[in-house]
Design a protein around this ligand. Structure first.
Ligand code: ASP
Length: 323
């Protein structure tokens, strides 16, 4: 409990207005995360499988405890995604894939379903935790989306931790780039995402990524794009996507799940499956998503062989899966 309150205090940055607007409604708090959809060879290395699942469950337990002790959804999403960004198992923050020039270029976004506020950043090369910067864009600027040099300058002005570009580079990312150069593997996914329902009934979603291996010319994927890779609306759901970003942008996937729920009265799983398992599958668009509705119903839909994922709903056991 002491450790938890320390974690909570160090990650709690909400404004006085935010605090005032908080009213416990005893929602069934819930959290769902993903660590990317793709082609991980599940079952081939049980030690590696265990490592992934332990990392996912570690994040889930921290998020669940924070939610249970009254932390706001925004604080929890920021905290959980930061942990995954610092974990080089995942393609976000440290461990991000390398672009054509052999460096990382990171994107992230966050959205609050309470008021529709959102923050996004792209093309970061030095900010240690892109999700923290996305949150600052949401909370302390008049803008939604900052990119590249300007975003790094804003990060500096806010005193966020910076790391030299080599700090982000993992052996796994070097190998993925070499494989891509040799055309051994075409697609590499591993973005991270988190969606929570807090005890005040607010839904928050966030996504963070290094993008796709060998991406060119300042390419930006779906992850930092509100409506494509991330979306949250207390009236419907929160969604975080992973997969081949170009398709997720063209199909405005995260928003489409919410729209189907609102306008067609579909349930979150029905809406997500129609998009991921039918619409995207039909055009050979690979990926998946995780989401939560306003009642804490969890949804995890993917059309790739694997998607690292885990969830916990208040009073229930935490679960983690790879395939
Ligand atoms: N969606 C991310 C992108 O296209 C990649 C991923 O999820 O693996 O940048």
């Amino acid at each position: 409990m002491i450790i938890l309150s320390a974690i909570y205090n160090s990650s709690c940055k909400e404004s006085v207005e935010e605090k005032k607007s908080r009213k416990i409604i005893n929602a069934k708090h819930a959290i769902v995360i993903h660590g990317g959809a793709g082609y991980y060879p599940a079952g081939q290395d049980s030690g590696m499988d265990l490592l992934y699942r332990q990392s996912l469950l570690h994040v889930i337990h921290i998020g669940d405890s924070l939610l249970g002790s009254g932390a706001s959804g925004v604080d929890v999403v920021e905290k959980c995604i930061s942990i995954m960004e610092d974990d080089s198992l995942f393609n976000a923050g440290r461990g991000s894939v390398l672009n054509e020039e052999g460096i990382v270029s990171m994107d992230a976004s966050i959205m609050n379903g309470l008021d529709g506020k959102a923050g996004a950043v792209s093309g970061l090369t030095q900010t240690r935790n892109p999700i923290k910067l996305a949150r600052l864009v949401m909370d302390s600027t008049a803008h939604v989306f900052l990119s590249g040099e300007g975003a790094e300058k804003f990060s500096e002005s806010k005193g966020l931790e910076k790391m030299p570009p080599y700090w982000f580079i993992s052996q796994k990312a070097i190998k993925a780039r070499e494989d891509a150069l040799k055309k051994l593997k075409e697609e590499k996914h591993g973005t991270v995402g988190c969606v929570v329902l807090d005890v005040y009934g607010n839904i928050v979603a966030g996504t963070s990524t290094g993008g796709m291996t060998m991406k060119k010319w300042g390419r930006i994927g779906d992850s930092p794009i509100i409506g494509a890779g991330t979306f949250a609306d207390n009236a419907s759901c929160g969604i975080s996507c992973t997969g081949h970003g170009e398709y997720f942008i063209r199909n405005v996937v995260a928003y489409d799940v919410s729209a189907r729920m609102k306008y067609l009265n579909e349930d979150i799983t029905e809406a997500a499956d129609k998009i991921i398992m039918v619409q995207l599958k039909n055009i050979d668009a690979k990926g998946g998503l995780v989401g939560l509705d306003k009642n804490g119903k969890v949804c995890m839909s993917f059309n790739t062989p694997t998607m690292f994922r885990a969830y916990k709903v208040k009073g229930e056991k935490a679960e983690s899966f790879i395939n």
